[in-house]
Structures are given as C-alpha cells and as structure tokens.
Design a protein around this ligand. Structure first.
Ligand SMILES: [Zn+2]
Length: 49
C-alpha cells in the first residue's frame, strides 16, 4: 500500500497528504495508521506532536 505523509493545516488539523481527509484520534488518543478515506498508510514523521 502506498505510504503518504500526514500534513498539518493552518488550523492545526491533521489531514491525509493524499486525499486530504481529516484524521482524528480514537478514544485512546491514537492516530489512525491508515487513512479512513483512501486507505493509504500514514506517516506522521513530518508532524510535530
Ligand atoms: Zn487519504
């Protein structure tokens, strides 16, 4: 599966670098490993958490 970098918008929202879907953490505070929209594997290495 294609790996895409996660991007941070000017509004502080993390989005998929491929399709732009908004990424939200689950109840445990974990971010999704895959985009819920396009299914790409997500790489958060360019995001400062
Ligand atoms: Zn996506």
């Amino acid at each position: 599966m294609k790996i895409v970098f996660v991007k941070m918008t000017d509004y502080g929202v993390t989005v998929c670098g491929n399709c732009g879907a908004e990424l939200v953490c689950d109840d445990c505070g974990d971010m999704p490993d895959k985009c819920p929209d396009c299914g790409c594997d997500l790489d958060y290495s360019k995001i400062d958490e």
